[in-house]
Design a binder for this molecule. Structure first.
Ligand code: COI
Length: 356
């Protein structure tokens, strides 16, 4: 059930675009549902939220987020169970991360329960846009940005919060090849690497472009100080299976995004009795294990990427090929479990789903 106590204006679309969607050919992030939620912050408080037809936003040319980067966003997914109930995966963790990002970027926050309710209301109105096909979901994109029309460096006084949704297929359509990056840096300690802020993604584009020219889909970032430790992959966190243990960089640093999918993988694996090590993971140990054939699985974990098999890892001109996708027992099992859980086909033992 959605909570009736939150007041919200709704302006419905006159004619839905849903019949124009090619449901068998859904690229990631290019098809948008009928409505979006908009809520403005001014004079120290949030105005009443409003759901309106999905349409371009009109912005002042001096909108401060465009110049100075006060902008944060989130991503989560909704699916339907066989009875037509909507299931949203771990919005509580998502809300907490959104709040942390806002605080780091000097932006106002939205209480966790209000954030979740706004997500539910937006998804509920466009619930027909949730794809019914295996491997497809409704991607939910909440974001906030500074809207002062002012040239100068200071936290904005006014902000816009928006939620829109899009039916999506896979972010990666094939197993990914990643390169361990030792020159460019995603985030330095003390910086904004833990925040889901737009600039982190902009900063990764140039190094990722160079890696693409070498045939890689993505980078594995290393720490800014020494380039000795694995951090994350930008679009997803990274997890290795080495000597039968799951090994992944700990998130007790301020340079890695706290991944909801990664957290879920760690919790599921532990629940299944798999040994998990969340700690500093050195490039040296991963490369040594790759050379010795002790890396039996490697994958990215992210909301958009879900569980993305890593096929090849590049390091200093060497290319390490990992075992075949079919042989990846753990990541295949986790992926299947998460897919079933999100579609309501297995019991939600951990209480991760919000259902309405
Ligand atoms: C997500 O996983 O939700 C992200 O925001 C990452 C981006 C590659 C779409």
């Amino acid at each position: 059930m959605v909570n009736d106590s939150l007041t919200l204006k709704i302006q419905r679309i006159e004619k839905s675009r849903i019949n124009q969607v090619d449901w068998d050919n859904l690229p990631f992030g290019r098809v948008f549902s009928d409505h979006m939620l908009v809520m403005d912050y001014e004079n120290g408080e949030w105005n009443e939220p409003e759901i309106v037809p999905f349409a371009p936003l009109s912005l002042h040319p001096a909108t401060s987020a465009i110049h100075y980067g006060q902008s944060v966003f989130e991503g989560m997914k909704a699916n339907k169970d066989e009875d037509g109930n909507v299931l949203i995966f771990r919005p509580d963790l998502n809300a907490k991360r959104f709040i942390e990002s806002c605080e780091r970027m000097c932006m106002p926050t939205i209480p966790e329960d209000v954030y979740t309710e706004l997500i539910k209301r937006t998804v509920d109105l466009d619930r027909d846009w949730i794809p019914n096909k295996e491997g497809y979901s409704l991607y939910i994109r909440p974001y906030m940005f500074a809207i002062d029309d002012f040239i100068g460096i200071k936290p904005s006084d006014k902000y816009k919060f928006v939620i829109f949704t899009c039916p999506v297929g896979s972010y990666y359509s094939e197993p990914v090849n990643v390169k361990i990056e030792e020159h460019y840096t995603r985030a330095a300690s003390g910086g904004v690497g833990r925040a889901k802020t737009a600039g982190n993604y902009a900063a990764s584009l140039y190094p990722a472009k160079l890696a693409k020219e070498e045939g890689f889909h993505q980078l594995i970032w290393t720490d800014a100080a020494e380039h000795k430790y694995i951090e994350e992959s930008g679009t997803m966190n990274v997890v290795f299976e080495i000597d039968g243990k799951l090994v992944t960089p700990a998130e007790d640093v301020d340079t890695i995004l706290k991944g909801v999918t990664k957290r879920s993988v760690v919790e599921i694996a532990k629940h299944w009795g798999v040994e998990v090590e969340e700690r500093k993971v050195s490039v040296e140990e991963v490369v040594e294990a790759l050379r010795e054939g002790r890396v039996t699985d490697a994958f990215g974990a992210g909301t958009a990427a879900t569980i993305a098999t890593i096929a090849k890892i590049g390091f200093r001109g060497e290319l390490f090929e990992l075992p075949s996708v079919e042989s990846r027992v753990l990541s295949n099992k986790v992926k299947a479990y998460l897919t079933d859980l999100k579609a309501g086909r297995v019991e939600d033992e951990m209480g991760w789903l919000v259902k309405f």
